[in-house]
Design a protein around this ligand. Structure first.
Ligand SMILES: Cc1ncc(COP(=O)(O)O)c(C=O)c1O
Length: 395
């Protein structure tokens, strides 16, 4: 009897995933703001700019017009066709729209891709540091996340040798790669990406390429894994380059053989992606000029931080190639970046994310700053952190 009552109150073991700490920092920052304090948000990877005006106009027209019902589980045909056209424009790749699948952000894409590619118990690798939900989604789905430590000296890139060394210890079934990467902002050259994909596929390791930060590349143009192999699953989204986080719309490019299994999964898990978001996303591609202006703003922010932070003692980070993150080594100030971030929020009014979110081993010595806000905010952040450090708030 007591045992039954206890069971009724128990969440499943698979639901016991760690929190996404960046979201916890966001909540703490929001609380301080509600209490009347000034907070500069550099914790969550979210553009401050709105969606392209073409997307907003399409959404408004859709709202005042017809009934918004479910759509095809794979997405509305105009969106799938427009995404395929984008691959031709951006990468010179002729892509069959039949291989493009609309998803609820790339987050929804990961769930579909992992379910379609892996069995429970399969081992899926990725670089540490990395985007935390890779490991949390995989473990919630019963797969085993395998973190392969990478290092600043190698620009945080996973090499074929490191991947194969892990595979030799115990078979890997998949690998998730990201370029530009979160939290480091580093990118892989096309040749390095190709070498990694070839090494993985030769061993039967399936590759998922997270390309959510494509478009936000400053050092050189990002290469799509879809051009390098027909077997890779590409995950992408309208959240970052197109400034549409809250619209929850993204896409997959998958091998043909996965289209029908993913369609069946999507039918059952979500039915379809929000209709209005698909309509807006289709029109977003016509707003790229506006988005390029937003990107130039990030480039300016990047300059403010890469020039300003070293002057106040935060000088250990790599030149950031892409995305809108700077991953700073703060070990000269602290061995506990969680506590450092908490005090920086409370005492300097700047919210950043502790590295432990991205790298459970070495992350305690790092902080991730997101520079997707305004240039004025970036300048103020450097000023505030500088004052705080000078006051001796940091031991
Ligand atoms: C590397 C990476 N992948 C995926 C996502 C998920 O984004 P969304 O679900 O909004 O497309 C994020 C969000 O920050 C990210 O940084």
């Amino acid at each position: 009897m007591l045992e039954n009552a206890r069971r009724l109150l128990m969440p499943s073991l698979r639901s016991d995933v760690p929190p996404f700490i960046a979201m916890d920092v966001l909540a703490a920052a929001a609380k301080r703001e509600a209490e009347g304090h000034r907070v500069i948000h550099m914790e969550v990877g979210q553009p401050a700019a709105p969606a392209p005006s073409t997307a907003l106009a399409a959404a408004r027209a859709a709202l005042s017009g017809a009934y918004l019902g479910y759509t095809e589980a794979l997405g509305i045909p105009p969106l799938r066709a427009r995404i395929a056209q984008f691959y031709r424009e951006q990468y010179g790749l002729a892509l069959d729209p039949g291989r493009v699948i609309a998803t609820t952000g790339s987050s929804g894409g990961f769930v579909l891709a992992f379910l379609a590619l892996f069995e429970a118990g399969d081992r899926v690798a990725f670089a540490a540091p990395a985007y935390p939900p890779y490991r949390h989604i995989l473990s919630a789905l019963g797969c085993e996340p395998v973190l392969i430590q990478t290092f600043a000296e190698a620009r945080w890139a996973l090499t074929p040798e490191e991947l194969l060394a892990e595979h030799r210890k115990k078979r890997l079934h998949g690998v998730v790669i990201a370029s530009p990467a979160n939290p480091t902002g580093t990118m892989m050259e096309a040749s390095a990406l190709r070498a990694l994909i070839e090494a993985a596929e030769a061993e039967g390791i399936r590759v998922i390429s997270d390309e959510i930060y494509h478009g936000l590349d400053y050092a050189f143009a990002a290469e799509t894994a879809a051009r390098l192999s027909p077997n890779v699953v590409v995950v992408n989204s309208f959240s970052k380059y197109f400034c549409m986080t809250g619209w929850r719309v993204g896409w997959l490019v998958t091998p043909e053989v996965l289209v029908r299994p993913i369609e069946r999964l999507q039918q059952n898990l979500a039915i379809s992606v929000p209709t209005i978001s698909q309509i807006a996303a289709t029109a977003a591609f016509e707003g790229r000029e506006e988005m390029e202006a937003v990107k130039h703003g990030y480039e300016e922010n990047r300059r403010i931080l890469t020039e300003g932070l070293p002057k106040i003692g935060l000088d250990k980070f790599l030149p950031v190639d892409g995305a809108f993150y700077l991953y700073a080594d703060v070990s000269r100030f602290t061995k506990d970046s969680f506590d450092f971030a908490k005090r920086m929020l409370e005492e300097a009014g700047v919210a950043a994310t502790p590295g432990a979110d991205f790298d459970p081993v070495h992350g305690k010595e790092f902080l991730r700053f997101c520079y997707a806000g305004s240039a004025a905010d970036m300048r103020e952040a450097v000023e505030r952190i500088g004052q705080w450090v000078k006051k001796g708030a940091v031991p």
